[in-house]
Design a protein around this ligand. Sequence first.
Ligand SMILES: Nc1nc2c(c(=O)[nH]1)N[C@H]1C(S)=C(S)[C@@H](COP(=O)(O)OP(=O)(O)OC[C@H]3O[C@@H](n4cnc5c(=O)[nH]c(N)nc54)[C@H](O)[C@@H]3O)O[C@H]1N2
Ligand SMILES: Nc1nc2c(c(=O)[nH]1)N[C@H]1C(S)=C(S)[C@@H](COP(=O)(O)OP(=O)(O)OC[C@H]3O[C@@H](n4cnc5c(=O)[nH]c(N)nc54)[C@H](O)[C@@H]3O)O[C@H]1N2
Ligand code: SF4
Ligand SMILES: [Mo]
Length: 688
Amino acid sequence: MTVTAVPGACPLDCPDTCAWTVTVRDGQAVELRGNREHPFTKGALCVKVNRYLDHTRAPDRLLYPLRRVGRKGEGRFERIGWDQALDTIADRLADVVERHGGEAIWPYYGTGTMGYLQGLSGGGFGRFWNALGASQHEAYGICSRAGGFGLGYTLGTSAGMDPEDFAHARLILLWGTNTLTSGHHLWKFIQAAQRSGAYLVAIDPIRTRTAERADEHLAPVPGTDAALALGLLNVIVAEGAEDRDYLERHTLGWEPFRDRVAGFTPERVAAITGLPAERIVALGRRIAHTRPTAIRATMGLQRHAGGGTALRTLACIPGVTGDWGRPGGGLSYSTGAFFGLNKPALTRPDLRPHPVRTLQMTRLGEGLLDLADPPVKALFVLGANPMASTPHHNRVRAGLLREDLFTVVVEQFPTDTVDYADIVLPSTMQTEHADVHAGYGHLYLAWNEPAVPPPGECLPTTETLRRLATRMGLREPSLYDTDEELAEQLLTTDDPSLTGITLDALRKQGWARLNVPRPFLPFRDGFPTPSGRLEFYSARAARDGLDPLAGYTPASEVDDVDRARRYPLVLLATASHFFLNTVFGNAAAQRKRAGEPHVLLHPSDAADRGLVDGQRVRVFNDRGAHVTQVRLSDRVRPGVAATTKGHWPKLLATGSNINATVDERDTDMGGGAVFHDNRVQIEPAPEP
Ligand SMILES: Nc1nc2c(c(=O)[nH]1)N[C@H]1C(S)=C(S)[C@@H](COP(=O)(O)OP(=O)(O)OC[C@H]3O[C@@H](n4cnc5c(=O)[nH]c(N)nc54)[C@H](O)[C@@H]3O)O[C@H]1N2
Ligand SMILES: Nc1nc2c(c(=O)[nH]1)N[C@H]1C(S)=C(S)[C@@H](COP(=O)(O)OP(=O)(O)OC[C@H]3O[C@@H](n4cnc5c(=O)[nH]c(N)nc54)[C@H](O)[C@@H]3O)O[C@H]1N2
Ligand code: SF4
Ligand SMILES: [Mo]
C-alpha cells in the first residue's frame, strides 16, 4: 500500500484560495483536508469544498467528448472520440477564421477555476487564442471591474490592505461584503482584533449571517454607499479629526473634495440612504476617533451603476483619517494586483497577427445577437456557465440558439450552457491537473499538484488546446509548452513581489507568501497614481469623461422614478452559502443544505402584495421572470428583495434563474455588471 500527501489548492472563485492536501492511497484520492500550515487558511476549508472529492466522482460528471444530436438547448448528445471532436472543432475554427477572420471567435472564459494554467483570462492558453487572432476579454468583466477601476482612480491600484492586518484594527467596517459566506477565513483576523477590543460594524441592506455577528448593523438603501461615505467624512471633518499632516503630504485635491464633503450633511445623507441621521453621526464620530479603522469592501457593493464611484469614494476615508499610513488601517477589496506574475509571458499578446477587439463578458447576449463586423461565429466556453451566471438570461439564450453559431463548451458537468453546445469536451477537476493560484483575499501563491489520474477521457484545458493546436497545424512552438514550462514562465519576472519564489520551492511547500513585509503598509512609499499621492481629484478620471472628484453616483435603477413605480423592489442576488457561483448547483447534498430556492421579502412588502410565507411567486420585470418561493423576513429592509445566485436554471421551475431579470447595462466605470442594480416586482404565481 502506498500513501502520499499531495499539495494542492482550491480552484474556486473565492478570495481565500485555500491550500489543501490530498491523501492518495494506491492511486485513489481518499481524503482532502485544508493545509494547517497555510498562514491564512490554517487548515479549514468550507461547507462547500469539504466534500470536493465526492464532487469529482459525482454520477453526472462529464467523462467523454460529446456531439449534439438534438436541437440547441435540448441537451441531447452522443459520445464521440477525442479525434472526431478535435477534428470537427479544428475544421470549424479554420473555416470561421478564413471566412470571417479570427475575431469572429469568442473564447469565453469564466472563473470556474482561478488557476493561471487551466483558467483565468485564457490561462496558460490565452496564447492559443492570440495566435488565432481571436477576440479577447479585456479583463474579467463580470465580477469586480467597477470597483477595481474606482479604487484605481483614488489609489492607483485595486489592491489595498493585507487582510491579515485586520487583526491590528480597532474599528472594522464590513461594507457590502458577506465575510462568513464569501471568504470566511478573514473572520479569524477580525476575531483577533475583537479580542483586543475592536468594534465591528456591518453595512449591508440585508442582515446576513455576517451582519448578525457584528456589534452594529446599518442597512442602507442599495447603491447609496458613496453618499454614506461622504456623510461619514462630513462628520469626521466636523469633529476636526482629519489628519492634516497626512492630507498635506500624501493626498491630492483635498480642498475641492472637502467642499464636496461639506454638502453631504447627515440629514441629506439620511434622506439618500434611508438611515437615521443620528446613526450616521454616531458612526462618523466613531471613525473620527478610532485609529486605525479597517474597511473590508468587496464585490457585492459595486454591482450597481454607481459601483465604481462607491469604491473610489470609500477608499478616500482612510486618506482623510491618515489610516493608510497605519498598520491595521485602510481598505481591502482584492489583493490580486499585488501579485507581480508574468501574465504576458503566459498569454503572449505578441502572438496576435493583428490587433484584436475586446468583448465584454457581461454582454454576451448583445455580443451574440447584435455584433457585426465580424459577427461572432464561434464561441468557445471555458470555465464558465453563462446560461446561469451572465446578465439577461433570455438574450443569452437567444444568442446561444443561433443556428449559425458554432459553440464548444469545455466542462466538468452538464450545465445549462452545455445544453447549447455543438461539441462538449470533458475537463479534469482540480485533483487531476496542475495549476498555479494567487489568492485575491490574501498574499499567498499556491501550487496545485495533480494527485490522481483523470476519470474517463477528461483532459486538462492546457492539454486540450495543445491537441487542438496540432489539429489546426499551428506551428508556433510555444503552443506546445508543457504545464511545467507554463508555470515557470508565469513565475519568471523581475517583479519584487516574487523575489525568491521559485517553482521548486512553491511545489515543495504548496504555497508561498509574496515578498512583502509584515505588517504591510502598501502605500508607505507613495501611491501608484500619476501624482504619487492619494487622489481625491483625478485628472485621469476627467480624461476618461468622469467626474474628476470622488463623489456619489446614484444606482440607475434604484433612482429611476418611472421604473421604481413599475418595479418597486430592488433585488439583490448575492453569494449563496452553499454554492460557489454555479459550482455545486447540481450537487444533491449542497442543494439539500441550501433548501428550497426562495426570495426574502420584508413582511410589510409582502402584506402590500397579499403574499404569505412559503407562497409561490413570480419575480419579474420587463427583461424576464423567475418563479420561486417567497419567505417573509425582517432580514431585508423594506423595498429590498434578496435571493442568491448559483441555482441551475434547468433545475428550477421556469427553466431560468434570477438572471432573467438582470440587465446587460454597464456600471459607471470599467464595464462591470449591475447584478444588484435590478428593479423587480413580485406577484403570486399559479401553483403548478
Ligand atoms: N459561498 C460563496 N462564496 C463566494 C461566492 C459564492 O457564490 N458563494 N462567490 C465568490 C465570488 S465570484 C465573489 S465575486 C465574491 C462575492 O462576494 P461578496 O462581495 O460578498 O458579494 P455578494 O454576496 O454579491 O454581496 C455581498 C453583500 O453586499 C450586499 N450588498 C449588495 N448591494 C449592496 C449595496 O449597494 N450596498 C451595500 N452596503 N451592500 C450591498 C449584499 O446584500 C451582500 O450581503 O464571493 C466569492 N465567494
Ligand atoms: N444574479 C447574479 N449573477 C451573478 C452574480 C451575482 O452576484 N448575482 N455574480 C457574478 C460573479 S461575481 C461571477 S464571478 C460570475 C461567475 O460566472 P462564471 O464565470 O460563468 O462561473 P460559474 O457559473 O460558476 O461557471 C463556472 C463553470 O466552470 C466549470 N469549471 C470549473 N473548473 C473548471 C476547469 O478546471 N475547467 C473547465 N473547463 N471548467 C471548469 C464549472 O463546472 C462551472 O460550470 O457569476 C456572476 N453572476
Ligand atoms: S471555496 Fe473558498 S473557503 Fe472554500 S475551500 Fe475554496 S478557497 Fe477555501
Ligand atoms: Mo465573482
